[in-house]
Design a binder for this molecule. Structure first.
Ligand SMILES: Cc1cc2nc3c(=O)[nH]c(=O)nc-3n(C[C@H](O)[C@H](O)[C@H](O)COP(=O)(O)O)c2cc1C
Length: 180
């Protein structure tokens, strides 16, 4: 798939078919995250591939989002902030946020490339997710991703995206036209 197509066709999907994804494709998508930029080239993330039905149900409860229970795989993204914070102190907090997003986007685009569907889950009770997956105290749960194939019967509409002229300025903040 072309890069533009993957970027533009990606969407959040919450209705999945019964077809089981090939876990190797999910691992490949995780592998793409390794190539993302990281401050000081310090890789701060860990990924947990979850296939246990019981655990997936618990993740669904921990996030109060029922649709998650329908999938056969989920990927939980964790960050270990210590090395980045040691290197960059307070500034490291910003770097950690930015690089987590960059790595997740690589992962999402690769899933899209494989025709797999997911939805970014950011709403959950951290301690519950940590308990389910035995995540250490000093590691953060960033987000998780239920993964499957989109239901053909209940296709999700692509959301309208903000227009370029509402997000782009020239030369200074608030200047929407060249030479204004
Ligand atoms: C940080 C973050 C947290 C999110 N958390 C949730 C969530 O808990 N549940 C959910 O259904 N969608 C969640 N989403 C998905 C957004 O609602 C979705 O990306 C947005 O509506 C745009 O739709 P699109 O992904 O189809 O472009 C989250 C997205 C981001 C980036």
């Amino acid at each position: 798939m072309e890069l533009d197509k993957a970027i533009q066709s990606r969407k959040s999907v919450k209705k999945f078919s019964k077809k089981k994804p090939d876990w190797r494709k999910i691992i490949e998508a995780i592998d793409s995250a390794r190539y993302s930029p990281m401050a000081g080239n310090i890789f701060s993330l860990k990924f947990i591939l979850v296939s246990d039905k019981e655990k997936i149900q618990q993740l669904s409860k921990a996030s109060e989002q029922e649709f998650i229970a329908d999938v056969q795989y989920a990927v939980v993204v964790c960050s270990n902030p210590s090395r980045t914070l040691n290197a960059y102190e307070e500034r490291g907090e910003n770097y950690l946020r930015q690089q987590t997003g960059a790595a997740i986007q690589n992962f999402l685009l690769k899933l899209e490339d494989f025709g797999l569907a997911t939805c970014w889950i950011g709403h959950f009770v951290d301690d519950k997710v940590k308990n389910i997956l035995k995540i250490p105290k000093d590691v953060n749960v960033e987000a998780f991703f239920p993964i499957g194939y989109e239901s053909k019967a209940a296709k999700t509409k692509q959301k309208r995206k903000i227009e370029l002229d509402r997000v782009l300025f020239f030369e200074e903040y608030g200047k929407s036209r060249i030479g204004e």
